[in-house]
Write a protein that binds this ligand. Structure first.
Ligand code: HEM
Length: 193
């Protein structure tokens, strides 16, 4: 952010509009998403301690765990707005041409006809096929970075803390009330070496 501001202040390489839209993009698309992927991912491991133990035994499973966390709790609830160019039939409903469509990636990723036992995190599940990063021409530009960040964070957490559990004394976790970003307002955890 500082570098971008310096580029703006030091010359005419970025307009104010370009600078502010880049700042929003980095904060929302680049930061809120990965923060919440890590938060919900850790929560799933707390809820399914056998998966946490499996990752500790075999850290080579971490990339598979990141894909499962993306599938199960993608931080981006809906894809970029789409518009129908022709009538489309989805789930028995006809959407006329020229309509705006909000696609729920979270619902698609828990489709039981595609992912058996969809509400479980399962690092042994065949990888791929989820829509956490969208699809087609607008597929997320930051997907490789997001995968990298989540893997590094998980590896670091597991290496540093032998205990990762919910902190019941601090109260239940509170989900964020947002249609756009799926994540936490508060996720109290107890960590010990
Ligand atoms: C867990 C992390 C992330 C998730 C789940 C995620 C998810 C998404 C989704 C669902 C879209 C819309 C795709 C579509 O409608 O087909 C998108 C677009 C985009 N994302 Fe991400 N994102 C993440 C991280 C990032 C990061 C780290 C960056 C950049 C630093 C980034 C930059 C972008 C950009 C620039 C677009 C727009 C692409 C376009 O419209 O062509 N995202 N992302």
């Amino acid at each position: 952010m500082s570098n971008l501001v310096h580029v703006r202040d030091g010359g005419d390489r970025l307009t104010v509009t370009e600078l502010t839209s880049m700042a929003c993009l980095l904060l929302v698309a680049g930061h809120e998403t990965t923060v919440n992927l890590i938060g919900t991912g850790v929560w799933h491991l707390i809820e399914q301690p056998e998966q946490l133990a499996a990752l500790r035994r075999d850290p080579a499973l971490i990339p598979a765990a990141v894909e499962e966390m993306l599938r199960l709790s993608s931080p981006a609830h809906v894809a970029t707005l789409r518009f129908t160019t022709a009538p489309v039939r989805v789930g028995g409903v006809e959407i006329p041409a020229g309509e705006a469509v909000m696609v729920s990636l979270l619902a698609a990723n828990r489709d039981a006809t595609r992912f058996p036992d969809p509400h479980r995190l399962d690092t042994g599940r065949p990888r791929g096929g989820h829509l956490a990063f969208g699809h087609g021409i607008h597929h997320c530009l930051g997907a490789p970075l997001a995968r990298l960040e989540a893997g590094i964070a998980l590896r670091g957490l597991l290496a540093r803390f032998g205990t990762i559990e919910a902190d019941a004394a601090a109260g239940p976790p509170r989900r964020r009330d947002s249609t756009m970003i799926h994540g936490w307002e508060a996720l109290p955890v107890r960590l010990a070496p």
